[in-house]
Design a protein around this ligand. Structure first.
Ligand code: XMP
Ligand code: MG
Length: 187
């Protein structure tokens, strides 16, 4: 399938779940909606490192309003594929959120534990508004309910990589999202 483009990675992938074209089309649609919803207000996009770097970059390019960007790094996974629910801040925001319209930009919501922790953490900083945009969501993996304002795609409960998503820091550069072969993580 993708072997010809990624000779060293293709054999680790089972199938493409969301194509490059579908990702880009959906991000453009979401950006148009964000432009409409936040017209006339300043928006702060808060990306969650490292996975959301690609979503942030492509989404932000489509926005025409007054928009700034900041980043947080949190850890809930280590090198494995299961959410621990224990979240640590590895890098905090540079920006004071008081009175700001904040939109969290995420790569994927799996159990929802990371994001629900992040939402209550950021809410306590007094933003004017706080919403979530995510490229992917795994509805069958949800352990807590998280309100998502902007959603790219719902995907099945399988470990996926690409477009920022990694396994042990690999596969992020793929322009599409694909299921990782279980043999890679010993499944
Ligand atoms: P939770 O379970 O807290 O997880 O919603 C959110 C974070 O876990 C990572 N994650 C994944 N990373 N493939 C990945 O490469 C996946 O299928 C996957 N599921 C969850 C991701 O960093 C996300 O922000
Ligand atoms: Mg991650």
């Amino acid at each position: 399938m993708t072997e010809w483009r990624y000779p060293e990675l293709g054999q680790d992938l089972v199938r493409v779940v969301v194509s490059e074209e579908d990702i880009q089309r959906r991000l453009a649609e979401i950006a148009a909606q964000i432009d409409e919803d936040y017209a006339g207000s300043e928006l702060l996009l808060v990306g969650v490192l490292k996975g959301a770097a690609f979503v942030m970059s492509d989404l932000m390019r489509h926005l025409h309003g007054d928009v700034a960007m900041d980043w947080m790094a949190v850890s809930s996974y280590g090198a494995g594929t299961q959410s621990s629910g224990v979240v640590r801040i590895l890098k905090d925001l540079d920006t004071d959120l008081t009175g700001r319209h904040v939109l969290i930009v995420e790569d994927i919501i799996d159990s929802g534990l990371t994001l629900s922790w992040l939402l209550s953490n950021l809410r306590s900083r007094g933003p004017a508004s706080l919403e979530v945009a995510t490229l992917l969501r795994k509805p069958d993996a949800a352990k807590v309910q998280v309100d998502v304002r902007y959603l790219g795609f719902d995907v099945a409960n399988e470990f996926v990589v690409g477009y920022g998503l990694d396994y042990a820091e690999r596969y992020r550069q793929l322009p599409f999202v694909a299921v990782l072969a279980p043999h890679v993580y010993g499944g």
